[in-house]
Design a protein around this ligand. Sequence first.
Ligand code: CTP
Ligand code: MG
Length: 247
Amino acid sequence: PITAVVLVAAGSGERLGYGMPKAAVPLGGEPLLLHALRGVVAAGVGSQICIALPAGHDGLRQLVDDFRLELADAGPLLTVVDGGSTRADSVRSALAALEDGTEAVLVHDAARALAPEYVFERVVDSLAAGALAVIPAVPVVDTVKTVVATTGEDSKVAPELVTGTAPREELRAVQTPQGFHLPTLLRAHQAAQALGEKEFAAVTDDAMLVEMLGVPVHAVRGSTQSLKITTPLDLIIAEGLLEGPLG
Ligand code: CTP
Ligand code: MG
């Protein structure tokens, strides 16, 4: 299928705490966005890459312009849109800017700047084999429990009370790039507009919206290298990964 990549890079990077949008934060001396862009281009999976950037950030726009010149005519079409106030809004803006004739889309977090090529390939292969939605996922290493905040006397003992333990064998930590049949993802984002504010705030990935439609979502093997650079610790790990791939 004719495939595009949406690269969402419009977040503010609050948890990283650099006082600048995360896409501009240096990793190995270069902005995170540059690493992410290189990774997407190297994977060679899209004829268009549409990047959602923080509105009004001239530096990041310049970075994309420079990168476009570097690619010259051989590379994919690089387009830029202003992101929105939530990730889902940024995705929606980018989807609206895809070229006519686009059949499939990979939605990727710029924050997963070191996602390996083979993960992109697994997602694309699954789409080519007929999946309408496919996500990269890895097993969860921690035991995961549900909790509630304690109240009254209980809160003197501890701030939270455990309500259950999730079956770890069935759990997966989900990454990007997530791949979709474009009309299906558009329909999912359309349906999301009917969600209440609280429900919408709980939407953390695109596959979740497709699940709500009742469309099957398939999972392929992701990679620990695709970590989402979120906290200062993640940045340290990413710097380490730049030194050489995992064994
Ligand atoms: N993102 C986006 N538009 C938003 C929010 C997030 O394009 N309004 C993107 C981010 O740029 C990132 C990805 O979605 O590539 C995942 O988001 P996250 O890791 O939460 O990044 P930030 O929102 O920048 O970080 P924080 O939540 O700590 O502010
Ligand atoms: Mg965020």
